[in-house]
Design a protein around this ligand. Structure first.
Ligand SMILES: Nc1ncnc2c1ncn2[C@@H]1O[C@H](COP(=O)(O)OP(=O)(O)OP(=O)(O)O)[C@@H](O)[C@H]1O
Ligand SMILES: [Mg+2]
Length: 287
């Protein structure tokens, strides 16, 4: 089983307006609501790949995938994306999340230990809600004997590194903000020096740069695909988790991750993949 941790799930709300203007009220043309959170996207992609997966985290959600969540009194946060049809821009408003109490965190940690002991791979994704200890990811990784993948940003990400996650998956912006270095290979080296085992950096349509104990690889999709890149990184993390669970070598694991994440760009919604694109790209990689 692959365990996907989402400490800060959300209801993702998308509003579509024809033209967004500050200080004006707008008629909403279309509303979509969906349960989100990066770990939930990872779990959805793993399900699409036929994997056994369990979602854990903080909050009470009505999820259509297997889950074992610890409820918190503060309720569920919302993230709002306002898409303007005129210029295709997307404006985000992300609530921080409920304030989690020390007792709630303690209950989650006890539950987590039990679930992680049954997992082949644990994926830790996204932001953390207020009230959760600053070193939350450090505590969770230290409590895990299975392989761990950390995909987060800012202070919670940096605080997780001393616990030695097996893989971290920063994107280009996260590499720079975590290390101050605009050179991906140098930034990856800095993250490894801070405790990360392997760094799999995702560089948008340029694909992946992996810096590992076994060597350094770059793998790119055959071409940049058009679509919705939000969630492509989560799909990439799902593929890395599946590859670690299967014991794949890095070159093969990275080819899989490039194919799965490109297939996520083609699918319109984060957490979904286009299976025919995935199969096509895998066949392409074999040639
Ligand atoms: N336009 C594209 N065409 C093909 N593949 C893409 C494209 N954009 C992204 N990818 C693939 O998806 C991977 C992850 O994308 P990206 O680096 O944008 O992740 P991210 O910023 O972490 O995304 P998110 O956090 O929204 O899930 C890339 O390394 C690449 O393999
Ligand atoms: Mg990401």
């Amino acid at each position: 089983m692959i365990l996907a941790v989402t400490l800060n799930p959300a209801v993702d709300i998308t509003y579509r307006v024809s033209h967004l203007e500050r200080g004006r009220s707008h008629r909403v043309e279309f509303v979509r609501e969906r349960l989100g959170g990066k770990g939930i996207n990872v779990a959805r992609v793993l399900r699409a790949l036929g994997r056994e997966v369990l979602v854990t985290g903080l909050g009470a959600l009505d999820l259509d995938i297997p889950h074992a969540l610890t409820p918190v009194a503060g309720g569920l946060r919302r993230t709002v994306t306002i898409v303007s049809t005129e210029d295709g821009s997307a404006t985000g408003l992300n609530e921080p999340g409920p304030v989690v109490t020390a007792a709630e965190w303690g209950r989650f940690l006890a539950r987590y230990r039990e679930l992680a002991s049954r997992a082949a791979v644990v994926v830790l994704s996204g932001s953390v809600p207020p009230g959760v200890p600053a070193d939350a990811y450090c505590q969770l990784i230290r409590a895990t004997t299975a392989s761990t993948i950390l995909d987060s940003s800012g202070a919670p990400f940096l605080a997780g590194l001393p616990a030695r996650p097996d893989v971290v998956k920063p994107n280009a912006d996260e590499l720079v903000s975590a290390t101050g270095s605009p050179a991906p290979e140098r930034a990856a080296g800095a993250l490894r020096a801070a405790g990360a085992g392997a760094v799999v950096a995702s560089l948008g349509s340029a694909g992946l740069l992996a810096v590992t104990d076994a060597g350094t690889w770059r793998v790119a999709p055959p071409e940049a695909l058009r679509g919705n890149p939000t969630g492509a990184g989560d799909a990439c993390v799902a593929a890395i988790a599946a590859g670690l669970a299967d014991g794949l070598g890095w070159p093969e694991l990275l080819r899989e991750a490039v194919a799965v994440s490109a297939a996520a760009v083609v699918a319109p919604v984060a957490g979904e993949i286009d299976l025919s694109t995935y199969e096509e790209l895998r066949a392409h990689a074999d040639r």
